[in-house]
Ligand binder design. Sequence first.
Ligand SMILES: Cc1cc2nc3c(=O)[nH]c(=O)nc-3n(C[C@H](O)[C@H](O)[C@H](O)COP(=O)(O)OP(=O)(O)OC[C@H]3O[C@@H](n4cnc5c(N)ncnc54)[C@H](O)[C@@H]3O)c2cc1C
Length: 474
Amino acid sequence: MFPKPPNGPDLVVVRTLPMVLLPISDDRRFHTYRLSFQTINTHFTCHMSVSKDFTIAIIGGGIAGLTLGIALHQRSIPVHIYEKAHHFGEIGAGVSFSSNAIDAMHVCHGGVHAAFARVATLNAWLSKSTVWFDYYDGMKSGASPEGSQKLFSITTPVGQNGLHRADFLDELVKLFPAEKAHFGKNFEEVSEGTDGKLVLKFADGTTAEADAVVGCDGIHSRVRRMVLGADHPSVEPVYTRKYAYRGAAPMDEAVAAIGEEKAKNAAFYLGNKGHVLTFAMKGGAQMNIVAFHDDPEPWTDTVHLTKWSTQGAALKDFEDFGPDVKKILGLTPPELNVWAIFDMGNPLPTFTKGRLVLTGDAAHATSPHHGSGAGFAIEDSAVLAELLADERVKTPEDIEVVFSAFNDVRLKRDHWLVKSSRFVGDCVEGMNPDIGMDWEKFHQEMVQRYDVVMGIDISKQAQLAKDNLHKRLA
Ligand SMILES: Cc1cc2nc3c(=O)[nH]c(=O)nc-3n(C[C@H](O)[C@H](O)[C@H](O)COP(=O)(O)OP(=O)(O)OC[C@H]3O[C@@H](n4cnc5c(N)ncnc54)[C@H](O)[C@@H]3O)c2cc1C
């Protein structure tokens, strides 16, 4: 799909800046976006500065909060982030982004994309530069002497790009002014002050004022309680009856175990009541491993969604799987982290109330079977920042209208993700009654569903939201 001049080297187009071409001389090395970042560094989008008579408080400094904070700051909108931890940080785990998320990074600010580009690792083989995942039959019955058999590939314009979330957060933090980030601020509640300002109360007894609050406080959101009411049936996330072992292995060990093609390029092992996926990260030094398994039992500790388990337990869960899956699990440490997969299975009727709004996992925590929870959070940030920056939005009163316009364009798409991701989670484990283990039927489903995930022009959606806003303001 990329142009190749006669007798020239292979070329990769930096998608968002189509004029920038990067020669790739060796199709077996890990190519990252590092070069492209240096090339595009001077091309950051400039956002108009329009003075605003309001201040935004963001609760939570994860991917949703930071990308929104950066997008607002770059648009000269007064903004503060209140984070309950004592520094910005992420539990160590891999994450990847599809093309819709990468486009949204650009809309937020070119620096967000550059931050991503500095830490993302693509598939190693140039022949797989557009592959999102190669799908394999992960079961014993699907294995030949060479290991798991390939069934099909899902491709995207940007292929696969794995990164360690902590690395991404470290890069994003550099783009947000330190004096506007407040740590150790465990948000408890918000009320309206006498002067019309919103008063935020924190667990340490301190307060802060703002004209509007954006809840980016993740799956256990406190702001969600303020928006819906503490007793609302959609306030609590729901266990999807799946958990995931997460780990990473040194790439040389992974290559020795399962071969270069599967280790250095994104691979997805379909199975019965379980599935495993891997992709390269850390510049190709590590292979990220996520092994999901069905859980007949409830997850009783709804406060802590992770716990320690063992490699032995993982191998037992996957005992009916083929040799590749077992070799992958054999690369994990003796003790490894298990994540309970919760989502907003009871969709929120609205993301907003007055001058409060929710984005990211606070609004639409999803199971990760589309690999898109964080990506959709960045879409939220892009649309909300564009709305707040609109020149007609000047006063605190206008913000309520902005939040309604945001809700109108985002609610349906964000709800779709949660529902579709559950559907896919069942399909990849042979648990959908209509599809079973008919992997070709599943392939067709995936093609259609990834069209929805990636087939969005986020700038256009932001424009639609602005049109809606203008009508409402008029
Ligand atoms: C196994 C797994 C794999 C995944 N893989 C992918 C993937 O490949 N691609 C993808 O796009 N997504 C993926 N996701 C989803 C993604 O991780 C989340 O959607 C994303 O991290 C949500 O970001 P967030 O900022 O909304 O929430 P969080 O990351 O949870 O951040 C919330 C922040 O708010 C803070 N906070 C919470 N409460 C308060 C409070 N009361 N006061 C102040 N601060 C508070 C927290 O400390 C935290 O910093 C995956 C998820 C899982 C579980």
